[in-house]
Design a protein around this ligand. Structure first.
Ligand code: ADP
Ligand code: MG
Length: 291
């Protein structure tokens, strides 16, 4: 089983503003997003924003909540606004949407674009060839966007709109049918990473919480390295097992011969012992050749 986060893991995490319904919404969002560490926030970095912001709070899997011009400002997905009782009509789109509400009133929506990382589909295909039975995306994002990214990446399925504990619950269900690799990058991925059998994080775009909770860090954020890592790990394990079983067998044979043959020459035991050590070292050197 392999489960993936979406933004920053399967996608580049480099967003750009595609369209917006009002300039006020864009300016409010750009001012607030300066304080967010989420990859979505970077899409506003070139937009002039001068509204003073205070009391910033990142709402995991939802967006950002802060104070602007004395009123509460919300920037995030539809769930963020719904949960705070803002009256608005969600837009249908396969892009990521950032809704903006100020003082409890809906201001507008910004459509932003993030594309699949190069090599994502190949990385997923390679994992399947290696025998990974199910590949699934667990995302806090909306279902429409999740569906199009899951299709492009060639994943078997997706679960959208998940909060950190929702990701954890889904991962626990996946774990019931086999060992789980979880690949993610955000603070919202840290809890699920601690439960996965092997957690992989993104070294470049990854948050500190995800990197600390993971077992493997992909320094280049390249997903193809997961299947390479599995190959190296499996090959190394095979060689270590060969060395352990080989040396135990030779030692056991020599011990038996020593007992049953009277006057068994000592030098044969010594040569066998040193020989096993040399063969094991030479065999271990093969780990460097695993590609
Ligand atoms: P993913 O699981 O896709 O990596 P996250 O769980 O980090 O996404 O976030 C889930 C959703 O919450 C995002 O798809 C986005 O809609 C919204 N979101 C989170 N942080 C922000 C932010 N700073 N600004 C706007 N929207 C945000
Ligand atoms: Mg993410």
């Amino acid at each position: 089983m392999a489960a993936f986060d979406k933004t920053g893991t399967l996608t580049k995490g480099e967003f750009t503003v595609k369209s917006y319904t009002s300039r006020r919404a864009l300016e409010l969002a750009a001012s607030a997003e300066k304080y967010s560490s989420h990859p979505i926030a970077a899409s506003f970095k070139d937009i002039a924003a001068s509204i003073a912001i205070s009391d910033v709070e990142e709402v995991a899997g939802r967006g950002i909540k802060c104070t602007a011009e004395g009123s509460e400002l919300l920037c995030g997905n539809a769930k963020l606004l719904e949960e705070r009782g803002v009256d608005f009509t969600p837009v249908q789109s396969s892009s990521t949407l950032v809704y903006v509400a100020h003082g409890g009133e809906y201001v507008g929506v910004i459509e932003i674009d993030d594309s699949l990382k190069e090599g994502t589909a190949e990385a997923v295909k390679e994992l399947k060839l290696q025998g990974v039975t199910r590949t699934e995306m667990l995302t806090g994002g909306c279902a429409e966007r999740a569906e199009s990214i899951a299709f492009e990446a060639g994943l078997d399925g997706f679960t959208a709109g998940l909060l950190p504990d929702g990701k954890l619950e889904r991962a626990q269900i996946l774990k019931e049918s086999g060992k789980l690799i979880y690949v993610g990058d955000g603070i919202n991925d840290a809890p699920v990473m601690t439960c996965a059998d092997c957690a992989v994080s993104m070294g470049k775009v990854g948050s500190d919480a995800a990197i600390e909770a993971s077992d493997v860090v992909l320094v280049s954020d390249n997903l193809n390295l997961i299947s390479k890592g599995r190959k190296i790990a499996k090959g190394t394990r095979r060689i270590v097992m060969q060395n352990i079983i080989g040396s135990l067998l030779v030692t056991a044979v020599i011990m038996v011969l020593d007992v049953v043959i009277p006057g068994f020459p000592l030098f044969v035991s010594v040569i066998a012992d040193v020989g096993v050590m040399l063969v094991a070292v030479l065999n271990a050197m093969r780990t460097a050749l695993i590609k």
